[in-house]
Design a protein around this ligand. Structure first.
Ligand code: MF3
Ligand code: CO
Ligand code: CO
Length: 296
């Protein structure tokens, strides 16, 4: 039956159609899935999809836990790549980074002034480094993306500061996730917090939808304005992954065509989780405790 202005809204809100879904240009009164696909190219996920991404997310978090003990002075980054690769395969999953747009390895490892997309190789970790490990397994066709920044050996005061601010920045973004808020609200909260600490927010890389693919709409900037961007609705799955710099926000890309480094050579850190918007907030599909981190 076709919805009429003065009848109850078919979405089940109990309000009149004209006061509810009619204004959202939502003719079916509740078919958000079709609307979000058409307007934004966003594929909302159902319970089966979410369960699949959650499984990939558990594997991603286990992978981070597995490599943690190896993040010591003298470890070659290629060795960490090997551990991530083998563990992913052993769990019947595929490492999404490998051969993604020509990326040559199975994990991104970004050290100190490297912002993201560092390529594992012969380089050895050394005392005082901060190192981000970013893993994305594909399990039964579902993607989950997560990263953490770790201390190698004894951290400097600056290392402690940037790791703490980037971790708290992710928390600020997560707190904004609920139906009715927007992607702009997330970016706004992150930028406000990071800049209040005298740090800067990278603009060139953003959070992203994912689940059926590595990078889907929407983009989720880690800066911006309240009420701007796309309204969050249940079933949206995306990452938040603020890259926070101790100095300037600007970057350049190394000759390897991948590694992004800070323009001024100052430290950069990042934490990333994959989330799904729920009826009353969000659930992390790559759940690790952002409060219970080793702090020397
Ligand atoms: N994991 C990164 C992200 O958070 C993407 C890495 S792309 C790669 O979106 F090719 F470098 F792996
Ligand atoms: Co990501
Ligand atoms: Co990632």
């Amino acid at each position: 039956m076709k919805a009429k202005r003065n009848n109850l809204c078919p979405c089940g809100s109990g309000m009149k159609y004209k006061k509810c879904c009619m204004d959202k240009g939502n003719k079916e009164g509740g078919d958000l899935k079709a609307e979000y696909l058409k307007k934004y190219g966003i594929k909302l996920k159902n319970e089966i999809d979410i369960a699949g991404i959650r499984k990939a997310g558990v594997l991603a978090v286990k992978t981070l836990e597995l490599v943690e003990p190896y993040l010591k002075p003298g470890t070659k980054t290629d060795y960490i790549n090997q551990i991530v690769h083998d563990f992913t395969i052993k769990n019947n999953a595929v490492p999404a980074p490998l051969n993604y747009r020509g990326y040559p390895k199975s994990v991104c490892i970004s050290i100190n002034e490297e912002i993201c997309h560092g390529i594992p190789g012969d380089h050895e970790l050394k005392d005082g480094d901060i190192v981000n490990i970013d893993v994305t397994p594909i399990l039964n066709g579902y993607y989950a993306d997560t990263s953490k920044t770790y201390f190698v050996g004894t951290p400097s005061r600056e290392a402690k500061k940037i790791v703490s601010v980037s971790r708290e920045s992710l928390k600020s973004g997560l707190e904004m996730i609920m139906p009715g808020n927007t992607t702009g609200d997330i970016g706004w909260a992150i930028q406000k917090y990071a800049e209040s600490q005298g740090c800067s927010v990278v603009r060139e890389f953003v959070g992203h939808g994912l689940g059926f693919g590595f990078h889907e709409p929407p983009q989720v900037p880690h800066y911006g304005n309240r009420r701007k961007g796309i309204e969050l609705v249940p079933g949206m799955v995306f990452t938040i992954e603020p890259m926070i710099n101790l100095g300037v926000k600007d970057l350049y890309i190394l000759d390897d065509k991948w590694t992004a480094v800070t323009q001024d050579g100052a430290l950069s850190a990042q934490f990333e989780q994959t989330v799904v918007v729920t009826e009353d907030g969000y659930e992390s599909l790559t759940p690790y405790d952002l409060d219970k981190l080793f702090f020397p």
